[in-house]
Design a protein around this ligand. Structure first.
Ligand SMILES: Cc1ncc(COP(=O)(O)O)c(C=O)c1O
Length: 387
């Protein structure tokens, strides 16, 4: 028998439930996609022009491993202004290839083999695989709609073992749209302090909120020293394809992330760094414009789904609605499959986002208002047929 060439942790990794679904969508015509997890807006033109200008100035070389100093300085000022948390741009920030890389760095830097990471779910599809790839064990803590998809604190506390190393949270949340309240985050911090855990806080949707302001975990009293903050440009500034994000943490932790970044990536794309700098410098009005449009669509889709008998929690952040499937004999996978086949509307089964997502589907409203209106008409027909 030939030796298995792939490492066991890679060979046993399940492919993303989202990808599987999109492979089918790609073969179909006239589909309205509520499945996409990225802004439908193009990057604001002034930001794009900054990338082009950087190339034209001949900035086609590596930057410092940590990223352009001016970008880190501007980012530090931005985080201080918006979230009240201060990081030293020289030793406490690394510019990464999106939050995707930042997650990889954080997990690889902190985990010893077999250490556990507690993850409130449903969550972004990469969280569990990133823990596994770093040699750790993800432990899912399902959240409930009845609790407004806040982390289940009792279950979180009950899941701590001597092997627990960290808690990984992502609010505003993909896929539920939940924003964690300050009180809930303080309770999460208490658990982390009681058991001396690291907290990794993915705040990629920090500026896309529609109610109370986002609370950055590291800004809570006493939290900063144990927190790795992950953030980016993909969602707030509609820059997914530029592949740019960051991690910020106390120097001792950050230098660990930087060591891995140095040997795997070298430096984030130079063009994207120049564009990100301009995004921070002049992007505020664009963020506000896009946020206002998402909010308009949010009201349309949440109201519409609830009217159609699909109970939907009010999302206060990101750009997702997460209705509960109320049809007998239909789970989230079959609902998504049939809705796609019969009405050509793509949504993502909630179970793709881990335990706690079963029985729900994710509908992205990063899609034009008129398309959401048409999707709601089609879902209405579907519900009449099956209700
Ligand atoms: C919660 C969350 N974190 C991270 C990412 C990855 O973002 P990036 O484009 O910065 O790698 C996404 C993308 O969908 C996300 O939803």
């Amino acid at each position: 028998m030939t030796k298995p060439y792939l490492a066991q942790r890679v060979a046993t990794l399940k492919p993303s439930g989202i990808r599987k679904f999109f492979d089918i969508v790609a073969t179909m015509k006239d589909v309205i996609s509520l499945g996409i997890g990225e802004p439908d807006f193009a990057t604001p033109d002034s930001i794009t022009q900054a990338g082009i200008a950087s190339l034209q100035r001949g900035e086609t070389h590596y930057t410092s491993n940590s990223g352009l100093l001016e970008l880190r300085q501007t980012l530090a000022a931005h985080l201080e202004r918006h979230h009240g948390v201060s990081y030293d741009p020289v030793s406490e920030i690394v510019i990464t290839v999106g939050v995707s890389e930042a997650l990889y760095l954080a997990m690889t830097a902190i985990l010893n083999p077999g250490e556990e990471v507690l993850i409130p779910t449903p969550c972004f599809v990469a969280y569990q695989p990133e823990v596994i790839l770093a040699g750790g064990t993800p432990v899912e803590i399902p959240s409930r709609m009845e609790d407004n998809f806040q982390p289940n604190l009792e279950a979180l506390r009950g899941a701590v073992t001597p092997r627990t190393k960290a808690i990984l949270i992502g609010y505003p949340n993909n896929p539920t749209g939940a924003v964690a309240s300050r009180d809930t985050l303080l309770e999460v911090l208490k658990i982390a302090e009681e058991h001396d855990l690291v907290v990794i806080s993915d705040e990629i949707y920090d500026r896309l909120v529609y109610g109370p302001a986002h609370v950055s975990f590291a800004a809570l009293p006493g939290a900063r020293e144990r927190t790795i903050t992950l953030g980016g440009f993909s969602k707030d500034y509609a820059m997914t394809g530029w592949r740019i994000g960051y991690a910020a943490a106390p120097a001792e932790i950050l230098q660990g992330l930087l060591r891995i970044h140095q040997f795997t990536i070298m430096s984030a794309p130079t063009t994207a760094q120049s564009a990100a700098l301009v995004a921070l410098q002049i992007g505020e009005s664009y963020v506000e414009e896009m946020r206002a449009e998402y909010d308009r669509r949010r009201k349309l889709i949440v109201g519409g789904l609830n009217r159609l008998g699909l109970p939907t929690f009010e999302p206060l952040g990101a750009f997702y609605a997460f209705p509960k499937i109320s049809l007998a004999d239909m789970d989230d996978e079959s609902f998504a499959q049939l809705l796609l086949e019969e009405e050509r509307v793509a949504v993502v089964p909630g179970s793709a986002f881990g335990a706690g997502g079963e029985g729900f589907v994710r509908c992205s409203y990063a899609t034009a208002y008129e398309k959401i209106e048409e999707a709601l008409h089609r879902i209405e027909r579907f519900m009449h047929r099956h209700g």
